[in-house]
Design a protein around this ligand. Structure first.
Ligand code: KIV
Ligand code: ZN
Length: 511
């Protein structure tokens, strides 16, 4: 019989720990709703004690997202566990995920505790979490670098105290696949009661081995894999959900395992996470990268045209990449547009559809064919954006090799269009300075990136910027066939986000 592997998604917790990623509550709920459509088994929604924002996001996900188990992280102490439970208590299926480090190096330098003390704290934390009646997962942080006998003792104590899921992390991404498989097999062999719980693994990608290590663990008997969409996460990231799921699916003959994942939601989820986190997916990323199904060499193209399986081990449509070539253009009406939105799986209000249709028409005037990717970019970047205090109305840029770049912008602020102009070191700098003049915001630009949504001369450019205010980063995105306009839209969207999320602070301290 095929073995069922549980997919635990931690995009909203470990994934959100990626440098520069800062999702707000609505964005987290949107990602969690998409993860529920993807049919992950568990969504780790956050670490409630870490900030008020995280607490509110976990609470909102717990209250609004049905289907998967909703987990919240807590260190092994009562205060953390109380806060996690407070955020989780209205979830359909809540899980408290409590953890403590067990390796000697963490005990000595981070916790300043003895092995006995940590064992006792782990046991007490699990018992306390279980007293709420929720499912309890226990993680031994830095498990892979922990003395095996001691780790087995801690795990045994956690099981006895009521943990239903035991997670074994390779926190620093140090392991290699064979070692990790053997490590999991040893735990299975040595720990009393291990067969009564779900054995989970959580790998980091510091050596690029997170997926391989997770799969080796599955072969050795692990039943749950913790992962993130696009593999985002601390440092080099976590195990990538799409890689593990598609490896198990494509090589079912080898692994003999299944997951509950709805495969044709993978691509959409990847795009959504990339758009909302502002983390582009590398083009050659397995499964979801732009080139993952592109065939460049003539020999390969010829082969695929004759018989797809000559060079393709997966069908792009399986993960939800549309290859039917339907495109909309400037003659497409609202009805056709709305139908396409539905086919793409978007559930929008009438107001959002109107806004999307307006931007679609603007785009179709400049671009012959508006693709599904363009429509997704409109929805993800602009329609579901935060409230717009500032809205770009017009932009004009003078630039060239021997002139000082100058930009003029017209921005709608509370119903009135305010215009101003500025010079800059380059055209983008000039645009940003003109926007600063109108809005009065002088913020540090911490990040700027430009990507093409689709190919071709009239490709839509997607600009992501991050601006810094009071040590925190605020992201903005903009799209247009004109990259300077996309840059202006992205910068204004970052300022709108800053206003939305730090408005009170700004009113008090100024910018
Ligand atoms: O990497 C890690 O050890 C973690 C734990 C908190 C599960 O993220
Ligand atoms: Zn981790």
């Amino acid at each position: 019989m095929e073995k069922r592997i549980y997919i635990f998604d931690t995009t909203l917790r470990d994934g959100e720990q990626s440098p520069g990623v800062n999702l707000n509550v609505r964005e987290k709920v949107e990602i969690a709703s998409q993860l529920a459509k993807l049919k992950v088994d568990v969504i780790e929604a956050g670490f409630p004690i870490s900030s008020q924002g995280d607490f509110e996001a976990v609470k909102a996900v717990a209250e609004e997202v049905k289907g998967p188990v909703i987990a919240a992280l807590a260190r092994a102490n009562k205060k953390d566990i109380d806060r996690a439970w407070e955020a989780l208590k209205h979830a359909e299926k809540p899980r408290i995920h409590t953890f403590i480090a067990t390796s000697d190096i963490h005990l000595k330098y981070k916790l300043n505790k003895t092995r006995e003390e940590v064992l006792r704290l782990a046991e007490e934390a699990v018992r306390y979490a279980a007293s709420f009646g929720a499912e309890v997962e226990f993680s031994a942080e830095d498990a892979f670098r922990t003395d095996l006998d001691y780790l087995c003792e801690v795990i045994e104590a956690a099981i006895e105290a009521g943990a239903g899921i035991i997670n074994v992390p390779d926190t620093v991404g140090y392991s290699t696949p064979m070692e990790f498989g053997e490590f999991i097999a040893s735990i299975k062999q040595k720990v009393k009661g291990i067969d009564k719980v779900i054995l989970s693994v959580h790998c980091h990608n510091d050596l690029g081995l997170a997926t391989a290590n997770s799969l080796a663990a599955v072969e050795a008997g692990a039943q749950q894999v913790e992962c993130t969409i696009n593999g985002i996460g601390e440092r080099a990231g976590n195990t990538s959900l799409e890689e593990v799921v598609m490896a198990l699916t494509t090589r079912k003959d080898y692994f003999g395992c299944t997951t509950g994942i709805k495969l044709n939601e993978i691509y959409r989820t990847s795009r959504l996470v990339s758009a909302l986190t502002g983390m582009p997916v590398q083009p050659n990323k397995a499964i979801v990268g732009r080139n993952a199904f592109a065939h460049e060499s003539g020999i390969h193209q010829h082969g695929v045209l004759q018989e797809r399986t000559t060079y393709e081990i997966m069908n792009p449509e399986t993960i939800g990449i549309k290859t039917d070539g339907i495109v909309l253009g400037k003659h497409s009406g609202r009805h056709a547009f709305k139908k396409r939105l539905e086919e793409l799986g978007f559930e929008l209000t009438e107001e959002e559809i109107n806004k999307a249709f307006y931007r679609f028409k603007e785009l179709a005037d400049r671009k012959k064919k508006v693709t599904d990717e363009d429509i997704e970019a409109i929805i993800n970047h602009e329609v579901r954006a935060i409230p717009e205090k500032y809205k770009l109305e017009k932009i004009q840029v003078y630039t060239g090799s021997n002139i000082v770049p100058t930009a003029a912008v017209g921005i709608r602020v509370d119903g009135e269009v305010i215009e101003d102009a500025a010079c800059g070191d380059g055209p983008v700098d000039a645009v940003f300075k003109a926007i600063e003049k109108v809005t009065g915001f002088h913020v540090e630009l911490a990040h700027y990136s430009l990507n093409a949504v689709t190919g071709g001369k009239d490709a839509v450019g997607e600009v992501t910027v991050k601006v810094e205010y009071n040590g925190k980063l605020y992201m903005g995105r903009g799209i247009s066939t004109d990259i300077l306009e996309a840059s202006a839209r992205a910068y204004i969207s970052a300022i709108n986000r800053l206003m939305h999320e730090a408005g009170d602070e700004i009113l008090k301290n100024g910018v």
